[in-house]
Design a protein around this ligand. Structure first.
Ligand code: CFM
Ligand code: HCA
Length: 528
């Protein structure tokens, strides 16, 4: 495939060997191609990834509005994770801790003599000023290196102040990206918070929303729709979320999983521990929202709920129909590239397609193989004759990686569970010639621009301005460039408005992208 070769051929042998596994050009769509993912970035390469601490503190814990989260480390880590991730929340009793950035601000002497004293002092101050019911401590790299015992400090704080205090050893260097941090945060929330409340069982149509972080107010729009239909939202993990609601999350009837990458661990653990089913939903994109609402109604199987679902869908769609038609006319036939963390690059393809925009290049920073390749059950369920009571489930798409050997009993359970948990990956849904790239870097980004010339490039902070300077409309899909919400029905219109403005703004008349003045094809003369 031409474009893939043209990018990879520019690498030296060692980098080529590594990157070739992470760069796929789609063939024979719907494709079952595989991709390497969730592995170490090439040292020195300009990756867009973040670290384990970012995934734990910044992403999963960060949005909890009634928890005093203290970053134990140099001030830059606390400040960056506070200022960058766009956590928004409705205050409770006029208070919202998200407005504050709490850190121990470790200095060289603390690295030499230890930082535990400073951490205790920070907790004492946070408790004195904010009176939180829950404090969380998150470690950065140096803390792991000098060996501060943050767990012991947390135990001390629980006794001293009669509060809940959780310690997360999420040093940045653990794992290969934010992804390890998600897992650490999920484990802590599950072990110490979920199930610790004593609320009575929630109402009949009660749900938790997992993996929804209220970027740009998405959670507010989703909650608006669900409440109209008659759902009771027990807890959201963790956008606009709180310690108080999360304690009783175990009382909900169903878990809805929006960002699978960051929260699948909790969905699975709640199934095991409380027998709460989970379904994969997606509230980004009109078709996806309607399908998700219908899947939820199907799950509960109540005729009134189903009727209300259809009535709300019809009403919401009619409210926005004129806007949708207007923006579709402006946007149809355009092309896009989308590279975000671990789930949006897939979800937003649905929304773009609603307006006739084709995604031709896409990828994630730190997704795992199942996010690219999908997860589902293949029809060939085999029985292993030699091992009594043993069944094998062959999971898509690569048996080598997804083969599970389970007991007969568990197999019956899984057959029930898997169709619900089943979801398609990015590669299956892209067309021939499209590129899918894992852990994309700045060099590849510029090459993709030259080769595909997309009308839009959606990505993050670290590459936004190089794209813009190259004359391409770039939208920051982590913070929506401070716009939003983009989820749900009304969010779809906001999104279309923003990208349409980006395309039609007169500034592009003043920018000349390099390919308008320089040749884009280069060749080397090998025979004089
Ligand atoms: Fe999930 Fe996210 Fe994402 Fe993610 Fe993130 Fe984010 Fe993201 Mo930035 S939890 S994987 S670690 S949807 S912070 S809200 S935008 S990279 S694609
Ligand atoms: C993070 C948070 C981030 C960063 C965005 C970016 C976010 O993972 O550290 O670097 O472009 O959404 O704010 O993903």
């Amino acid at each position: 495939m031409e474009e893939r070769t043209r990018i990879l051929d520019q690498y030296g042998a060692r980098v080529y060997k590594n990157r070739k596994e992470h760069v796929v050009q789609v063939e024979n769509a719907p494709s079952n191609q595989s991709i390497a993912a969730n592995s170490r970035s090439v040292p020195g390469i300009m990756t867009n990834r973040g670290c384990c601490y970012a995934g734990c503190k910044g992403v999963v814990l960060g949005p909890l509005k009634d928890v005093a989260i203290i970053t134990h480390g140099p001030i830059g880590c606390g400040f960056y994770s506070w200022g960058t991730r766009r956590n928004k929340a409705t205050p409770v009793d006029g208070r919202n801790f998200l407005e504050y950035c709490l850190s121990t601000d470790l200095q060289e002497p603390d690295i030499v003599f230890g930082g535990e004293k400073k951490l205790k002092q920070a907790i004492r101050e946070a408790v004195g000023i904010f009176h939180p019911k829950c404090v969380m401590i998150c470690s950065t790299c140096p803390v792991g290196l000098i060996g501060d015992d943050i767990q012991a400090v947390a135990d001390w704080a629980q006794q001293e102040f009669s509060i809940k205090c959780l310690a997360f050893s999420c040093e940045g260097y653990k794992g290969v990206s934010q992804s390890a941090g998600h897992h650490i945060a999920n484990n802590g929330l599950m072990k110490y918070i979920v199930g610790s409340g004593d609320a009575p069982p929630a109402k009949r149509f009660s749900v938790n929303i997992l993996g929804e972080y209220n970027i740009g107010g998405d959670e507010w729009e989703i909650a608006r729709i669900l409440k109209r239909i008659g759902y009771d939202i027990v807890a959201t993990f963790t956008g606009n979320g709180s310690y108080e609601t999360m304690k009783n999350a175990h009382t909900a009837s169903l878990n809805l999983v929006q960002c699978h990458r960051s929260i699948n661990y909790i969905a699975e653990m709640m199934k095991d521990k409380y027998n709460i089913d989970w379904i994969k939903i997606n509230f980004i994109g009109l078709g996806a929202v309607c399908k998700s609402l219908r899947d939820m109604a199907k799950y509960f199987g109540d005729p009134d709920l189903t009727a209300r679902t259809e009535a709300v869908i019809a009403d919401e769609l009619s409210e926005i129909q004129d806007d949708i038609d207007y923006y579709r006319e402006k946007l149809k036939g355009k092309t896009a590239g989308i590279f975000v963390g671990g789930s949006r690059s897939h979800h937003y393809q649905n929304l773009l397609a609603d307006f006739g925009v084709h995604t031709v290049i896409a990828g994630y920073e730190f997704a795992h193989r199942d996010d690219y390749e999908g997860r589902g059950i293949l029809p060939n369920i085999k029985e292993d004759a030699d091992s009594k009571n043993i069944e094998q489930l062959h999971m898509q798409p690569d048996e080598k990686h997804y083969r599970m050997i389970v007991s007969k009993e568990r197999f019956e359970d899984l057959k029930q569970e898997i169709p619900l948990a089943d979801y398609g990956g990015m590669i299956h849904e892209m067309n021939d010639g499209n590129m899918v790239i894992d852990d994309f870097n700045h060099f590849e980004t510029l090459e993709l621009l030259r080769l595909f010339k997309p009308d839009f490039f959606f990505s993050g902070i670290k590459d936004k301005y190089i794209l813009q300077k190259a004359g391409v409309v770039s939208r920051q899909m982590h913070s929506y460039d401070y716009s939003g919400p983009y989820a749900g029905f009304r969010g779809a219109v906001n999104f279309a408005r923003d990208i349409s403005m980006g395309l039609n703004v007169p500034v592009w008349g003043y920018v000349t992208p390099p390919w308008k003045t320089e040749p884009t094809l280069t060749g080397r003369l090998t025979h004089p």
